[in-house]
Design a protein around this ligand. Structure first.
Ligand SMILES: Cc1cc2nc3c(=O)[nH]c(=O)nc-3n(C[C@H](O)[C@H](O)[C@H](O)COP(=O)(O)O)c2cc1C
Length: 179
């Protein structure tokens, strides 16, 4: 794969072992700036990002997040702001809302990787508990955490796929034959 952007996409892996070293303010802002450029359905931009560095807040979140294996020094929580959804008369079950979370998440993780940082998404947590811990406004729903930090020296690669997947395994060309 050629080109820095393609190389960045290909080499990003979800990392679950991080050091305690803080992510710099400059790096945090670069990641948030990247997320601002993620594609958004109808360009509505209903996502809001909560930056969490406080150690006690991170500890509480880990207690209610069984899928958060990282002890990341930085958490960015992607929220949907339902006021924006209502203002734009978007149905609550519009798929673009979740897709927007995905485009922001991948953009942040690619930005973190380009900065030499480790990252990983987490969706396994109690939404109700997170709302209380962060005192979220009623219009905000917590959709996905992005854990970010510095890669631990002995970090193992993420979950192994049952078999090695190539792009060919995931793609079809043109119309399906009769079935
Ligand atoms: C929608 C979604 C939810 C995920 N939730 C979690 C999670 O709760 N905890 C976790 O450790 N990884 C989570 N992951 C990361 C996946 O396990 C990971 O992307 C997958 O194993 C492939 O690894 P790779 O991105 O390094 O190729 C999630 C990924 C996605 C796209």
């Amino acid at each position: 794969m050629n080109g820095a952007a393609l190389q960045n996409i290909r080499t990003r892996r979800v990392l679950r072992e991080m050091t305690a070293e803080a992510v710099s303010r400059e790096q945090i802002e670069a990641i948030l700036e990247a997320a601002r450029w993620a594609p958004s359905g109808g360009n509505l931009r209903p996502n809001r990002y909560i930056v969490i560095e406080n150690a006690e807040t991170r500890r509480l979140i880990r207690l209610v997040a069984p899928g958060m294996f990282q002890r990341a020094p930085l958490l960015i929580l992607i929220c949907t702001n339902w006021d924006v959804v209502a203002e734009n008369m978007l149905p609550a079950d519009d798929r673009s809302l979740l897709i927007d979370v995905g485009t922001a998440a991948q953009t942040m993780m690619l930005a973190a990787h380009a900065l030499g940082l480790a990252s990983g998404p987490v969706t396994s947590y109690s939404k109700e508990a997170v709302k209380v811990i962060l005192n979220l406004p009623p219009a905000y729903s917590p959709e996905m955490f992005i854990c970010i930090g510095h890669k631990a020296p002995a970090a193992r690669p993420g979950m192994r796929a049952a078999k090695k997947i190539t792009w060919r395994d995931l793609c079809h060309w043109e119309r399906f034959p009769n079935h």
